[in-house]
Design a protein around this ligand. Sequence first.
Ligand SMILES: Cc1ncc(COP(=O)(O)O)c(C=O)c1O
Length: 366
Amino acid sequence: MTSTIPAIDKLVENTIRADIRATASYFVPDANGYIKLDAMENPYQLPDALRAELGQRLADAALNRYPVGSYATLKRKIRAGLGVPSGYEVMLGNGSDELISLMATAVAHQDRRAVVMAPTPAFVMFSRAAQFAGADFVGVPLDSDFSLDLPAMLAAIERHQPALVFLAYPNNPTGNLYDEDDMVAIIRALGETGIAVVDEAYQPFARKSFMERLPEFPNMVVMRTLSKLGLAGIRLGYLSGHGALLEQFEKIRPPYNVNVLTQVAAEFALDHLDVLDEQAGLLNAERSRLAAELAALPGVEVFPSAANFISLRVPDADRVCAELRAGKVLIKNLSKMDKMLANCIRVTVSTPEENTAFLTALKASL
Ligand SMILES: Cc1ncc(COP(=O)(O)O)c(C=O)c1O
């Protein structure tokens, strides 16, 4: 008997989808030893006393058990603390990344290609999730000031009949809030044929939301995350919308997608939202200072931001990023993401000390 040991490259080719093989992994740079300003994290921890109390709660968590499948307490705290309209349920995800993927999977028909749409430049997971689910992604370019190109969006909706349209409010990587009336026009145009996902990842800083308007638009879901508020490490996203939609999305959610430690930490944090809100307030004040100082630099164009990051155009983004990296400051080079973002960089708003370190390094690199 001859045993055949398959050549691994043949095995990969025979089994893994061609488009996946051709796709690069989502790259996360090693930030060890850097001032980390590339991922819109909140630089502040919880105060020591709260951390000690949380430590005790985590120690008491039943790690030997699966999470309680209903997540009833956590959901109740989200609904009560985060402005979900009465009568509306929430669905939980392992970060909003997972919710994006679940929704894309839910709309990706097997008998015809579904379309997932977003104004671009957009958060990269919208197109990746669409692709991995087996749907087509259609990006509709923003206007040059990063506002929605409403006629282009409406024409693209008419033409492609998207099942899902992601509208990040505020948008990443541009930082701006779209015009509310433009958003409403898009949601209305989708009507019975498409679901509008208002992605409010940066709502703690923008302090504007479509959440309270859920009852007006049965085809809208509002998605948020605890990541930017200060809990990126626990990975918890949530969304709310009409029960009939949530019921379908829930079918795809893996049963225990939110782990016990996340559940305990999130419930604890939701009991101390005032602390996180105060941190967001500090970051908003720093955003104003940073934006003003950046705007005063020659050759720098600063884009208005309602989020906890600022995007800006510099004379040579590759050089600036390389020099900042050499100085141990990590930011995001947006240049290759979209042609509208040539020579653009994005920096997270952080503590006064880290923002000043960034400003100093940036000035030296210009
Ligand atoms: C617009 C937008 N949505 C969603 C996310 C993902 O957030 P989470 O950490 O909840 O997966 C991000 C992260 O940067 C984002 O910018």
